[in-house]
Design a protein around this ligand. Structure first.
Ligand code: FEO
Ligand code: CA
Ligand code: CA
Length: 625
């Protein structure tokens, strides 16, 4: 099954962009080691709680509980498991047609470019359920493709041109109407809302970077109109009901016919090189040839706003929100009406960002300006438990507004933001001003700098060297004002394995042999205020990860710190994407890349595993979040 070897995104980037030579890294390792006292870690977590407004996540267990389910065990079974009293059903899978003029998925051919363009994309990720005119509309990212599966029918011959186009068409975003009937939740074929947005869909470039020379290409001398979106990871939802699809590992699709071609340092910072990650798009579409069209890659790495209720609408790339490997975009309306968006850049040693709109949101008023004019910030964390947002201003960076929005990583490096352990999803607590971010893992913490040469010392919210397990940091803005310059932070949880380790790798006090996991990734709050945690980690169930089983979803109580496992996924999957029906009686959960290494038959019981969205409900039909 593995002719098309799939290398982990970050590992590939490291292969092609090794550590910069000219740094003073030995000094950092020294400092990291001497900070071992802090790396007491688990103790430090407790120490910081006092600084974060008196929350006691890791110690006190509140009387009673807000959980309405009994925790389940870890699993290595090739299926979805949920607690007693709950059930799950598959709603839509990779390749399911959105329209009746497209054929049902054929596991022998695995579809064509033409059928894929009218069918649900591969590798479901961030998603949101919208209610509109009494309809249930699903907007969901199709992040990337499992090439060993979508091309698995080709054996040693490799993909042909149509296969490569099929792969391209399996990327992007799917909008689909869902309805609940006698057979549970199903996709409504031929709904007027159904739409595939692919790497070929026309998009408008908006904001400070629009029209800048770096955004101009041979096909678009205006620098304002681009084609498509790809590698859409997490998502966001605006207060006015549009969907935000966040472009993450956009770099892995560019290549050059001449493998000796050297890209500029600006492109290299984003992991672009003469080699792609195996998608071969440049062989069918020359704009992905980075030697011929270097500016094309400047037009990816943004947050894309999509109106799920208007299938004729043109998606907008919102450059004001910066360009990096976007995970999700968590929107908060501040007390004064300002739109605040928290965003992670998911790469080892990259940064956590905040956007603040200049103007205020007013329901019913025009919203187009709110993601056009505003300020970008990157987070600086101090070991004291205090933190600050550093503005990426023209003065502080020596860059123009457009340059800041195109070379955002370089701007954040210039202001000295804190290098993080791969910031994944951010989630804002609906019941307080607290905000949480999953820092999934970082084997380079205290080992080597990021791609820009910024050092990655052990400390602050990244307290473990060569961090294998990940942690969730949270912060409370000063005065509960999301536009404030300062905040107080602590760690909500440090994942770990207390059955294998006795040091900080055992995790924080709210981790035990009954709920341990690694690599937190997706985060979402439900309406009751529980924090749902989805994992994209090691599923070997061996060594450091013994007893942790397959990837999973857990729920955390933000007040008591208690964490319970709710769902386990099939073999070799990641659990990612979470949303609820309007009546809160269905929870939709995404299952990505089952069988990515050839060991799953989920969901259809055959050798073609398919990424899918499942609906989880209570057997008694009750509220589920
Ligand atoms: Fe697509 Fe950072 O996960
Ligand atoms: Ca993710
Ligand atoms: Ca991840």
């Amino acid at each position: 099954m593995t002719e098309h070897t799939e290398v982990n995104f970050d590992d590939f980037d490291e292969m092609i962009a090794p550590k910069p030579e000219d740094n003073d890294f030995d000094a950092v390792v020294e400092a990291a080691l001497s900070r071992r006292g802090f790396l007491g870690g688990v103790l430090a977590v407790g120490g910081f709680t006092a600084l974060a407004g008196g929350l006691l996540p890791n110690t006190a267990r509140a009387e009673g509980t807000r959980f309405t389910f009994e925790a389940i065990g870890a699993s290595t079974e090739d299926k979805i498991t949920v607690p007693d009293g709950f059930k799950s059903e598959v709603v839509v899978r990779w390749g399911d047609p959105l329209f009746s003029d497209a054929p049902e998925f054929d596991p022998t051919t695995r579809g064509t470019a033409e059928t894929q363009a009218r069918a649900f994309g591969d590798n479901t990720d961030g998603m949101e359920i919208f209610s509109y005119q009494g309809k249930t509309l699903l907007a969901v990212n199709n992040e990337y493709t499992n090439r060993s599966i979508i091309w698995g029918n080709r054996g040693d011959s490799g993909p042909n041109e149509d296969d490569i186009q099929k792969g391209m068409n399996a990327h992007g975003v799917t909008i689909a109407e869902l309805a609940q009937g006698e057979n549970g939740w199903q996709l409504v074929k031929d709904s007027p809302f159904n739409r595939r947005i692919t790497p070929q869909t026309v998009m408008k470039i908006t904001g400070p970077a629009a029209g800048h020379d770096l955004m101009k290409t041979a096909a678009d001398p205006s620098g304002t109109k681009t084609l498509g979106t790809w590698n859409n990871c997490g998502n966001g939802t605006t207060p006015w009901g549009t969907y935000l699809a966040c472009e993450e590992n956009f770099n892995g699709y560019f290549s050059a016919a001449d493998e000796a071609h050297k890209v500029s340092p600006e492109l290299a910072r984003y992991g672009i090189s003469s080699k792609d990650w195996g998608y071969a798009w440049a062989t069918v579409d020359p704009r992905f040839d980075v030697a011929k069209h270097p500016n094309e890659s400047n037009r990816a790495g943004f947050v894309v706003e999509i109106d799920p209720t208007d299938p004729t609408s043109t998606p907008k790339k919102r450059t004001a929100l910066g360009r990096f490997k976007h995970e999700n975009a968590e929107c908060v309306v501040n007390n004064d009406g300002k739109l605040v968006i928290y965003m992670g850049d998911d790469e080892r040693g990259e940064f956590l960002y905040r956007y603040v709109s200049d103007n205020s949101y007013s329901p019913g008023a025009d919203t187009d300006d709110l993601m056009e004019n505003g300020r970008l910030y990157a987070a600086k964390f101090h070991d004291t438990g205090a933190g600050e947002w550093l503005e990426l201003s023209e003065g502080a960076t020596g860059m123009s507004k457009a340059q800041i929005c195109i070379h955002t990583r370089q701007a954040a490096s210039k202001v000295g933001a804190t290098t993080m352990d791969r910031p994944e999803w951010v989630a804002a607590n609906p019941n307080s001003a607290d905000v949480y971010c999953a820092l999934t893992n970082n084997k380079n913490r205290g080992v080597k700098p990021n791609k820009g040469g910024d050092l990655t010392p052990v400390g602050g919210p990244n307290p473990r060297e060569a961090n294998k397990y990940g942690q969730i940091v949270r912060w409370t803005p000063n005065g509960d004002d999301h536009t404030a310059d300062g905040f107080a932070w602590d760690l909500y949880v440090m994942a770990g394995n207390p059955t294998v380790h006795d040091d900080a790798r055992k995790g924080s006090a709210n981790i035990d042999d009954g709920n341990m996991f690694n690599s937190p990734d997706g985060l979402s709050f439900d309406s009751a205020g529980l924090l749902w945690i989805q994992t994209d980690g090691k599923y070997s169930n061996e060594g450091d990860f013994a007893g942790q089983g397959n990837n999973q979803m857990l729920a955390g109580d933000p007040v008591t710190g208690e964490i319970r496992r709710f769902l386990t996924g099939p073999n070799e999957c990641e659990v990612t994407g979470l949303s609820w029906s309007a009546d809160k009686r269905t929870m939709f959960v995404g299952i990505q890349h089952p069988g990515e290494k050839g060991s799953s038959q989920w969901p259809d019981g055959n050798d073609v595993p398919r990424s899918a969205i499942v609906a989880v409900t209570r057997e008694d039909g009750g509220i589920i979040g």
